[in-house]
Design a protein around this ligand. Structure first.
Ligand code: PBG
Length: 325
């Protein structure tokens, strides 16, 4: 019997050896925890389609942020849900709206100990559920929407947000926001761009959480990306970098690991990935049904996202995994 001179198993013999040669790891500083905060809520509200996820009230927000910090996390991304929605999504850019109040509260309380990002979009605020304003023909109006995104970004910046995160996939959204921030003197407000965001049914549970129904059974295929494309993602990312993004993002994560890998290789730019609500709920629901150990599967998916090339990951598992690390 002949033995090979090189045996891979020598490096797998023990946990210490495996970590010595491990190529990828996840640290708590890589994870971003989403927080939903809803206006007019008396007490935290569980999201039925996302077992383990809760919508916060303005009053419970501080405790939730504190729980994130206690688990070792340093970054959160806020999603505001207004009490009233209208066709123009006007609660999104009303002074002291729910998202602005949430940013102000967290930055007052935790300063630089907590990095605060805020999702910037109209869908949570509009009664038709689209990410932009509609024209008379019912289609989303790109350039009119950019003006409203710019207004919203200025409010977030004034409240002290660290990152504004435009998620509506309007063309030119990063450039429009960057120039409004610059002209108002907010040179230090960073932009996390949802650059390559695909149209997918995986956002279903999120829409449940933020109480969004797209009017007339519609979808977002006229502004979010087609799932068959990858070069389009690279073009979207290139444009956002040119327009002044500080960090770019691919979303969803596990269904787009190829996009993450290509984006990292091509741009070498700070890159985030969003493990979205549907990705979370698939694992959480299977775990609740006793199919497998949810924390282990969640950890494995996060490793695959990091290995593909993401620097940071937005995930509803952030707190759970942070405790497990
Ligand atoms: C838009 C936005 C969405 C998500 C984040 N920002 C919903 C959408 O585009 O329909 C989805 C996130 C998730 O599914 O977890 N404001």
């Amino acid at each position: 019997m002949s033995y090979p001179l090189t045996r891979m198993r020598r490096l797998r013999r023990s946990g210490h050896i495996r970590s010595l040669v491990r190529e990828t790891d996840i640290g708590v500083s890589d994870l971003i925890a989403p927080i939903f905060v809803r206006e007019g809520l008396d007490s935290p509200l569980p999201v039925v389609s996302m077992p383990g996820v809760t919508v916060q009230s303005l009053r419970s927000l501080e405790d939730e942020a504190k729980a994130c910090l206690d688990s070792g996390l340093r970054t959160v991304i806020l999603f505001g849900i207004p009490a009233d929605k209208d066709a123009l999504g006007s609660a999104a850019y009303a002074e002291n709206n729910i998202a602005v109040a949430a940013v102000r509260l967290l930055k007052d309380k935790f300063q630089d100990d907590l990095v605060v990002m805020a999702d910037l979009c109209l869908d949570e605020y509009s009664d038709h559920g689209h990410c932009g304003v509609l024209g008379e023909d019912g289609t989303v109006q790109n350039d009119e929407t950019l003006l409203l995104y710019s207004k919203t970004a200025l409010l977030y910046a004034k409240a002290g947000v660290d990152f504004v995160a435009p998620s509506g996939m309007m063309d030119g959204q990063v450039g429009a926001i960057r120039s409004s921030l610059e002209s108002a003197g907010y040179h230090d407000t960073a932009i996390l761009a949802y650059s390559a965001k695909y149209a997918t049914a995986l956002y279903g549970p999120f829409r449940d959480a933020v109480d969004v129904t797209i009017a007339d059974g519609g979808d977002r295929k006229t502004y979010q990306q087609d799932i068959g494309n990858v070069n389009e993602s690279l073009r979207e990312i290139a444009l956002d970098i040119e327009e002044g993004a500080d960090m770019v993002m691919v979303k969803p994560a596990v269904t787009n690991l190829d996009v993450i890998a290509k984006a990292k290789a091509k741009f070498g730019f700070p890159l985030a990935a969003y493990q979205v609500s549907g990705e979370y709920s698939m694992i959480a629901a299977a775990a609740a049904a006793g199919v497998f150990d949810g924390t282990s599967v969640a950890y494995e998916t996060l490793m695959s996202i990091k290995r593909a090339g993401a620097d940071a990951i937005i995930t509803y598992f952030a707190k759970e995994i942070a405790k497990h690390l």
